[in-house]
Design a protein around this ligand. Structure first.
Ligand SMILES: O=C(O)c1ccc(O)c(O)c1
Ligand SMILES: [Mg+2]
Length: 630
């Protein structure tokens, strides 16, 4: 498969863009005319720069307002086209994109446009150049790939073909299966882009909100399946106009882009086994059977504080590592590891971020296959020296510098706790709080990084993303979106902070980068949990009494239930399927906390409506403790 990306998709000057694009593994680039015009070197120099990076120019674009011009504009348009064809010769580009005209002067008529393209095809053929016609969703006469195809068909010239762009087809809700009847060899080029579903003007949506396939809500897979089914085996190119990407890191946006194409084609080949595009084999998206462990990196003092907090939550010290300063805390199916080693990955993580979650262990069917898929999608494998008696546990680097390990039931990994840990008896015997598993892990990051995380998780694991919700912090908005699987055993919430004054933003700043901000444990009875916690000396986050008056007004709850919740500082939410109860710990360090939740019935959310009140309570406490107002 040949991959490409348009220079408009990422930030930087042309040299920076090319370096990032080449490093991410693309084969080619679409040169946007404006990137060339802004560059202070000639076309031969640009062509050479591209080739020096090991790339080829897959497309030169756009050539606008070409077809259907009346005279005398028509002859001027052809002169303009000749000049661009000459320029392409110097660049070393052999395919130009002509997008459907938006000119108010342009006349309609399929045959008129076809005649123009046949004539242009003649001029292009003389120079060994091909012309591709793309229907812009807002074109004046042509805004549908079916009409563009009819024009190309009637132009009937070997050097004139069709260019498809998933955005234009899907944004107009045109059935992508209409592509299946187009001969694959008449499709000269395919541009891919996704976008979040937002109702707005098509042109504005296209120029500012596109994103990588898999990052948005459009059926890019359905589109690409139809394209691949035609026998098309040309370039797959990302053309992503996105305000955020233009200001983002060229390196990480390019890596995301390449991952999105590999992921997309892996989906496509599973549905369309007979395609001509060569796609490498890899294990299918990985089913996650649960969170096996969460590991904290800490120093001794902070480890003691953390252990004290875990004690109040009903966790018992259950094991000590055979050779390392690593302890295991356990309750129900939850394993919490605290690592105070003075060397190795956890230690470096502690040095950079302070006490933090440095590692997440997931339970999967086949740990080695999980790493194989992650690597095929561009993730970095993670390896550390294995000590005597220890297991080699398959692992990768996560997005923010953290590590993910994978445990399966097939190998010795199933017995990792028995092999690597010696059990210890917890003489303090905390009262078990009925916590049975991890309900969700909440990761906080800068808003601009959210899509990177989202694509990372959804491409590797069999998961889906929920719609984005806004969480109101007194100092600004935090966007929240969850990645979850069908069995509900993997739930990760991504919280994107837009500024540093929000609690989430402050947390990222203080922990020097994205990190796990809270872990929610699942309880089967929140009131039993609350009682046990109280017996263990747990201090809940105090919630304003006003909250409970409002709850009553909104949901009409029984007074007894309301009183119990108020008494225990439990928050409540409800959806069409069931109810949700939440209880929060106070903050640990710079804003890390634990949450205890009970889902009753099939409640599927995360209590987003309550986040505002939780944040206000946390801010209030931080101020009371004399911490600077965020
Ligand atoms: O927004 C535009 O004008 C524009 C130009 C060229 C394209 O290929 C495209 O998809 C959009
Ligand atoms: Mg396009």
């Amino acid at each position: 498969m040949k991959t490409s990306i348009a220079t408009v998709s990422i930030s930087g000057d042309l040299a920076e863009k090319l370096a990032a694009i080449a490093a991410a593994g693309f084969d080619g680039v679409e040169i946007f005319e404006n990137d060339f015009l802004a560059f202070d070197g000639g076309p031969r120099e640009v062509g050479q720069m591209v080739r020096d990076h090991g790339l080829e120019i897959s497309l030169f674009q756009p050539f606008r307002d070409f077809e259907g011009m009346p005279d005398p504009q028509r002859s001027r348009t052809f002169d303009r086209a000749e000049r661009k064809l000459d320029l392409m010769g110097e660049l070393g580009a052999d395919l130009v994109l002509v997008c459907s005209t938006v000119s108010p002067l342009a006349l309609g008529g399929i045959d008129r446009a076809a005649d123009d393209f046949r004539e242009l095809g003649e001029g292009a053929a003389k120079r060994g150049i091909r012309v591709g016609y793309e229907a812009l969703a807002w074109g004046r006469h042509v805004s549908d790939h079916r009409d563009a195809w009819e024009i190309v068909r009637r132009a009937d010239h070997a050097n004139v073909g069709l260019i498809l762009d998933s955005f234009h087809t899907l944004a107009r809700k045109i059935d992508p299966d209409t592509i299946r009847s187009i001969p694959g060899d008449r499709i000269f080029f395919v541009q891919l882009a996704d976008a979040p579903k937002i109702e707005m003007d098509l042109l504005y949506w296209s120029r500012h909100f596109r994103n990588m396939p898999g990052e948005g809500d459009l059926d890019v897979t359905g589109f690409m399946r139809a394209v691949a089914a035609t026998g098309y085996d040309g370039v797959l190119s990302l053309e992503i106009f996105n305000d955020q990407f233009r200001g983002g890191s060229p390196k990480s946006i390019s890596v995301d882009g390449h991952r999105s194409l590999v992921y997309l084609m892996d989906r496509v080949r599973r549905f369309e086994p007979d395609i001509r595009i060569a796609v490498s084999d890899m294990p299918d998206r990985i089913e996650v059977e649960g969170v096996e462990f969460v590991e904290f990196a800490a120093d001794e003092d902070e480890a003691a504080q953390l252990a004290a907090m875990l004690h109040t939550l009903g966790f018992a010290r259950a094991g000590r590592h055979i050779s390392k300063d690593v302890e295991l805390w356990r309750q129900g199916g939850v394993n919490i590891v605290i690592n105070t080693e003075r060397e190795g990955f956890a230690h470096s993580s502690y040095v950079v971020h302070g006490t933090n979650v440095c590692d997440i262990g997931l339970k999967v069917e086949d740990a080695a296959a999980t790493v194989e898929r992650a690597r095929a999608l561009g993730a970095d494998p993670f390896e550390q020296i294995v000590g005597p008696g220890e297991l080699k546990i398959p692992a990768i680097r996560g997005v923010g510098g953290g590590v993910m390990h994978f445990i399966d039931g097939k190998t010795d990994l199933a017995h990792v706790w028995d092999i690597e840990f010696r059990s210890v008896a917890d003489e303090t015997s905390p009262k078990d709080a009925g916590l049975v598993r991890i309900d969700h892990i909440a990761q906080t990051m800068n808003y601009e990084e959210m899509l990177t995380w989202l694509l990372f998780y959804t491409s590797i694991f069999e998961t889906r993303k929920t719609p984005m919700v806004d969480v109101v912090d007194p100092a600004g908005l935090v966007r929240s979106q969850a990645i979850e699987n069908d069995n509900g055993l993997l739930r990760i919430t991504l919280n994107g902070a837009e500024n540093r004054r929000t609690l989430a933003g402050h947390f990222i700043a203080e922990s020097f980068g994205s990190a796990v901000q809270h872990i929610a444990f699942a309880s089967e009875d929140i009131f039993v949990t609350a009682e046990a916690l109280a017996a263990n000396g747990f201090a809940p986050l105090p919630i304003s009494p006003n909250y409970y008056d409002d709850l009553d007004a909104r949901f009409g709850l029984e007074q007894a239930l309301l009183d119990r919740m108020k008494e225990a500082n439990i928050l409540y939410d409800r959806d069409d399927h069931g109810e949700y109860f939440q209880l929060y710990s106070r903050n640990y360090g710079e804003g890390f906390f634990f949450e205890l939740v009970e889902r009753r019935g099939g409640y599927s959310g995360y209590g987003a409506a309550n986040a505002q009140f939780r944040i206000a309570a946390q801010q209030r406490r931080m101020r009371a403790k004399g911490m600077p107002k965020l």
